[in-house]
Design a protein around this ligand. Structure first.
Ligand SMILES: NC(=O)c1ccc[n+]([C@@H]2O[C@H](COP(=O)([O-])OP(=O)(O)OC[C@H]3O[C@@H](n4cnc5c(N)ncnc54)[C@H](O)[C@@H]3O)[C@@H](O)[C@H]2O)c1
Length: 406
């Protein structure tokens, strides 16, 4: 392999597809991951994550010598940081992975290099990393190009969206922005929108917070309608007939590693100002708790009505329909909460997108629906929409599986 033009630090759901895409455009990419298993898998031309078309892209890039993985970085011209940014303690962002990745490349940097953070980051992270870099390498001050460019791809469609989505690119100065734009221009067809680093950082956080707030509105309506004895699904359908109203659908909470996480990056830094954003997080979390309580109440009611304990089907564990990802999943939280209150009832836990789970014993959705007295739909998986439920079942449809399919 020739000297790489690009070092990609972090070879996960975002870093690996991006590395493969850049390599497909005939730039030499040196991928770095701290996990040696991931490095070995990639060097064999294979992948460790599930993403359509990624296997082919990686196999091709590795076999043609444009992509190589390692646990340590090497000298290049462009460095991309795509490592995790989880939260810690009381919902505070943890940028230690970004810091560690940056420290690893500081000794390799030279004049005119381009350093880009793609990890979702709290506002000011790019400036903090600039200070870290120039603190260690003062001779390079103002001579590097430092920028932030967030990623907004949809898992499952990453290879298409990486190329075709618009991107927001913000440098710490004009020169850095221009340099980053000319880098992305090589492999992105979407429009590249120039701004500064702080705005680009906030833009990513605001996109996901906006989704969270809109879902919270729908979830709040579902709570109000339950008390007011109004069918929330019918209500939303009717309200959306207004030409300028577009209410989303309620569910049993909000999950995943983006929408359920990123708003905290704003709330943690701007607690007084981010009232709606913080409240939306609370509402979406509360909705999951409320669903678990509803199941508990239905259990007790069944016992009163029938003089025996019910059997219960808990339908879905994933954080959204038709995927196998359980990260930050409200459905998983509800199942855990319901099982904590178990009192000799039979439970059938269903997740059609995974074969086994290390904690829950899974049952097929058909068997669960046939055997259970109470059926609680937690995720609107496509399999559930085709079910014929007999009239004697108690159905708790938290995500519109039955109602929206009539
Ligand atoms: N996955 C998505 O859909 C998505 C979408 C938009 C933005 N993001 C953001 O992109 C970033 C990366 O997310 P992801 O889903 O690719 O994460 P991931 O966990 O799939 O991958 C990150 C990789 O980085 C590696 N890593 C951690 N520290 C490292 C270090 N110091 N040096 C080298 N490698 C290191 C890990 O081993 C892991 O393989 C996060 O900030 C995330 O919020 C993710």
């Amino acid at each position: 392999m020739k000297q790489p033009q690009v070092v990609m630090i972090g070879l996960g759901y975002i870093g690996l597809p991006t590395a493969a895409l850049i390599a497909q455009n005939k730039s030499y990419v040196h991928g770095v991951d701290t996990n040696p298993k991931i490095v070995d898998t990639i060097n064999e031309g294979k992948i460790h994550i599930i993403e359509p078309d990624l296997d082919k892209a990686v196999a091709e890039a590795v076999s043609q010598g444009y992509l190589k993985a390692s646990t340590t970085p090497v000298v290049a011209n462009t460095y991309l940081i795509v490592v995790p940014t989880p939260f810690k303690g009381k919902n505070e962002p943890d940028i230690s992975f970004v810091e560690a990745a940056t420290k690893a490349i500081i000794p390799l940097l030279k004049e005119d290099d381009l350093y880009i953070i793609e990890s979702t980051s709290p506002v000011g992270t790019t400036e903090k990393m600039m200070d870290l870099i120039y603190g260690a390498r003062p001779e390079l001050k103002t001579k590097l190009n430092i920028a932030y460019c967030p990623e907004r791809v949809l898992p499952g469609n990453v290879m298409y969206e990486l190329v075709n989505n618009d991107r927001v690119i913000g440098g710490i100065d004009e020169k850095s922005t221009k340099k980053a734009v000319s880098f992305y221009k090589e492999f992105i067809k979407g429009d590249l929108h120039e701004t500064n680093a702080r705005t680009a950082e906030m833009c990513k956080l605001v996109e996901n917070s906006s989704r969270d707030v809109q879902i919270a509105f729908a979830n709040e309506l579902s709570l109000i309608c339950d008390k007011a004895e109004i069918d929330v699904w019918e209500l939303i359908k009717l309200a959306n007939k207004h030409p300028r109203v577009n209410i989303l659908q309620p569910g049993c909470g909000v999950g995943g590693h983006c929408i359920a996480v990123d708003p905290y990056f704003i709330v943690s830094d701007y607690p007084m100002e981010s009232q709606i954003i913080g409240k939306a997080r609370e509402i979406n979390n509360y909705k999951s708790f409320w669903c678990a309580e509803k199941i508990q109440t239905a259990k007790l009611q069944f016992e009163i009505n029938h003089g025996r304990k019910p059997s219960i089907a808990l339908m879905g564990l994933a954080f959204k329909p038709n995927i196998d990802d359980l990260r930050e999943s409200p459905a998983k939280y509800i199942v855990q909460k319901v099982l904590q209150n178990a009192n000799n009832e039979d439970y059938y836990i269903v997740e059609p997108n995974i074969e086994t789970h290390n904690v829950f014993k899974l049952t097929s959705y058909k068997e669960a629906v046939e055997k259970a007295d109470i059926i609680a739909f937690l995720v609107a998986h496509k399999e559930f929409k085709q079910l014929n439920l007999s009239k004697d079942k108690v159905v708790l449809d938290f995500c519109g599986v039955i109602i929206n399919n009539k």
